[in-house]
Ligand binder design. Structure first.
Ligand code: HSE
Length: 344
């Protein structure tokens, strides 16, 4: 039985990690949990209540795998130190290490071979991890020249506090809606830039000098790195993103337009996506079947559908829609799959 640790165990991703370890019957003893304060308890189905200890490097020394579900600042300070004392690897969920040359950025179904022998492995940004499940098989089959992504991101991307702000803001916002659909009175926002209930906010993370947000540039850089290109170089597909927060709870949706190198008939693309691991094709307009947060929430697979020939790019262009649980594929599930590969 392996011995694993979870740092940041009381956050949304940390809690989700325990559930995924359990559901996948990951062969480990009761995980050791660490949090900034310690002194708390986290409920788990399989192992009962688990105590949360304050983090120390000595506390994780000798474990097989340590999952980091903490901040980027924490990872910058401790990831290398932890990697020096674990037996197999550290899987980091923050953005701190993702673009480091010596740290593989892994979605196991796409580039899982990079896990073997790596002491530090980065988990991609959720938005990237969900889109790449469809983009990687399309890239392998038809090549990719251009990728344009428009996201519809759930509150959970901002952690448990984001989900709480959405849930607790809905009733007060309802009371502010007049019969004509206009709002009266102000709603408040602390986690998000603006109140999220009944709203759509085209702003996730900090604005950059080029007018994109950091969330959007993560999709550009990380997609290129996972597909094997220099994240900030000129080679490989050009990737652009508009990232938008919407009032859903934990599944991110993404409309994706691609220009491919080879002709890519929509039917052939659907065949490729049907054969790809980690994807469920939901594409039957006659039956109103397509990906949605309502059905993707809680599922391990990313849903893909609305696959059609793109009018602008013609036979070399496709439009598609994906939807995935960002706490699972975008974080906890991907991290556990990485650990499974590293230990195999
Ligand atoms: N940065 C993402 C979001 C979280 O805010 O939705 C995914 O890691």
């Amino acid at each position: 039985m392996h011995r694993v640790g979870v740092v940041g165990a009381t956050g949304a991703v940390g809690r989700e990690l325990l559930g995924v370890l359990e559901k996948r019957e990951f062969p480990c003893e009761a995980p050791l949990l660490f949090g900034s304060k310690g002194g708390q308890t986290v409920e788990s189905g399989k192992w009962g209540p688990l105590d949360v200890s304050p983090f120390s490097v000595e506390g994780v020394s000798g474990l097989d795998v340590v999952f980091l579900a903490a901040s980027g600042d924490f990872a910058k300070e401790y990831a290398d130190k932890i990697a020096a004392v674990v037996k197999t690897c550290v899987v980091d969920n923050s953005s701190a290490l993702r673009l480091r040359d010596d740290v593989p950025l892994v979605v196991p179904e796409v580039n899982g071979h990079l896990c073997k022998g790596a002491k530090l492995i980065a988990n991609p940004n959720c938005t990237t991890a969900i889109a790449i499940m469809a983009l990687a098989p399309i890239f392998a089959a038809f090549g990719l020249r251009k990728v344009v992504v428009s996201t519809y991101q759930a509150a959970s991307g901002a952690g448990a506090a984001g989900m709480r702000e959405l849930r607790d803001g809905i009733t007060p916002a309802l009371q502010n809606i007049k019969d004509d659909g206009c709002f009266e009175g102000a709603s408040t926002a602390e986690v998000f830039a603006h109140p999220l209930p009944f709203n759509v906010v085209p702003h996730i993370d900090k604005f950059q000098a080029n007018g994109y947000t950091k969330e959007e540039m993560k999709v550009t850089w990380e997609t290129k790195k996972i597909l094997g290109f220099d994240p900030k170089g000129d080679d490989g597909p050009k990737v652009s993103c508009t990232a938008v927060r919407i009032p859903t709870l934990r599944a991110h949706s993404e409309a994706i337009t691609v220009e491919t190198e080879k002709p890519c008939p929509a039917a052939a693309c659907l065949d490729v996506l049907s054969d790809a691991p980690g994807l469920t094709v939901k594409d039957d307009p006659g039956d109103n079947l397509y990906p949605m947060p309502l059905t993707a929430t809680g599922a391990f697979d990313v849903e893909v559908g609305r696959v059609r020939q793109n009018i602008v790019f013609g036979e070399n262009g496709l439009d598609l829609f994906v939807c995935g649980d960002q706490l699972l594929r975008g974080a906890a599930l991907n991290a556990v799959l990485i650990a499974e590969k590293a230990l195999s």
